[in-house]
Ligand binder design. Structure first.
Ligand code: ZN
Ligand code: ZN
Length: 404
């Protein structure tokens, strides 16, 4: 018999003890504890022990794709996530609208966190041509955007224009001796200048300056990736899948793997995200799909912000979503994280994260609380990210016998 499954990844969920307790131990989470009491638990290193995972590589691994083989730069996922249709060998960048002065010194990497102006400004840049390369540009939320270079003889092996802090703009440099890397760096440097020429004259920016706001007068590129189509989840595992996420990166990864992206009202990828709406949407999506992946970003934001209260609150919000899934989904439910983002460190760390599986074919291992310390005694032991999908697919009834 085949079963359906929901996989929830709470970004940056793992943490360290603060006054003796981790945020998971502090939170009121009756549904998560019910899941663990009726299921199997363990710990997981999404990439491997001691490796500090990025969110992109760790999600690939958890979704069953070895990042060593399938990861070719973050820009690709960002571009897919904002809805750009990529073609093989496109070079994609993650970018920001920024503010520079006449000497190209950065005054603000986020252009005063512009609101919807990016959607108007994008039209001035999208479909621009430099030499034989077409520029595809799409604004995302606030100052964020994605850029794609489409043309012959390009490489992703160039450095970032974005200096990542208030400083002088970097020039894109080729990172190897190839003519492709040199060409790509040249195009990006020409593009950066052109973006300033066009944007600094735009009426939106004149208006912002008149109002004493930072103008969005330059595009800062970083994280180049090269796109190559990959085998889809449907082809790899045999079932159809959907993704519910707020952040562009996670939608992009899901798109890359051939999942259907579901837009849920109130799913923001921030603290204010409506997680109950996401859970309800997942229950709905299970009517059409066998597998639903839900991403929750707020737990990671709280870690980066060093905000313990918000992290505990996000866990309690996740718990309410789990309540909906337990009551209504009639499926296997798995919950884990891509890495730890301890509030005391305000950054990703190499600490293992807890994982729990719940469902009618899941063995109860007697663990009572879903947290880093209790799950260490669970029956799953210590897994790696790449183990998650094989375990789920066998519970779902899609695995074939090895041998006879
Ligand atoms: Zn993450
Ligand atoms: Zn993070």
């Amino acid at each position: 018999m085949k079963r359906k499954a929901v996989l929830i990844v709470c970004d940056g969920l793992g943490d360290l003890q603060i006054n003796g307790k981790t945020p998971l131990q502090m939170a009121k989470k009756p549904n998560l504890d019910r899941m663990v009491s009726h299921g199997s638990s363990g710990l997981m290193y999404s990439i491997g022990p001691g490796i500090i995972p990025g969110s992109d590589t760790s999600h690939l691994a958890i979704l069953g794709y070895d990042p060593k083989q399938y990861y070719s730069g973050r820009g690709t996922f960002e571009a897919l996530g904002v809805g750009i249709k990529l073609e093989k060998n496109d070079i994609a960048f993650r970018c920001n609208f920024g503010t520079v002065d006449r000497k190209f010194r950065i005054l603000d990497r986020r252009a005063g966190r512009i609101k919807d102006e990016g959607k108007i400004l994008e039209k001035e840049i999208d479909r621009m041509k430099i030499e034989d390369v077409t520029i595809i540009f799409k604004a995302s939320v606030e100052h964020r955007a994605a850029l794609v270079l489409r043309g012959p003889g390009l490489s992703r092996n160039i450095s970032d224009v974005d200096p990542h802090e208030v400083d002088k703009l970097n020039e894109a440099k080729p990172l190897d001796g190839s003519s492709e890397a040199r060409k790509t760096a040249r195009i990006i440097n020409l593009f950066t200048k052109k973006s300033y020429e066009i944007l600094s004259k735009h009426w939106i920016n004149k208006k912002r300056e008149a109002e004493g706001k930072m103008p969005a007068n330059i595009i800062l590129t970083r994280g180049p990736g090269i796109y190559e189509p990959v085998i889809s989840i449907k082809e790899k595992f045999g079932f159809s899948s959907a993704c519910i996420a707020g952040g562009a990166l996670y939608k992009g990864i899901a798109k890359y793997l051939g999942m259907e992206i579901l837009e849920v009202k109130g799913a923001t990828g921030r603290y204010d995200s409506d997680l109950v709406a996401k859970g309800t949407a997942a229950v709905q999506a299970l009517k059409k799909h066998e597998f639903v992946f839900i991403h929750v970003k707020g737990t990671d934001n709280a870690g980066h912000d060093g905000n313990l209260k918000e992290k505990v609150r996000m866990i309690e919000k996740v718990d309410k979503m789990i309540g909906v899934l337990i009551r209504k989904s009639n499926s296997i439910i798995a919950l884990t994280s891509d890495h730890s983002t301890p509030v005391s460190l305000k950054a990703h760390s190499g600490h293992a994260v807890p994982i729990v599986l719940y469902g009618d074919v899941v063995r109860r291992d007697g663990i009572k609380s879903f947290d880093e310390i209790s799950c260490a005694k669970g029956s799953l032991g210590i897994l790696r990210g790449l183990d998650v999908m094989p375990i789920l697919t066998s519970l779902m009834g899609y695995s074939k016998m090895y041998g006879s």
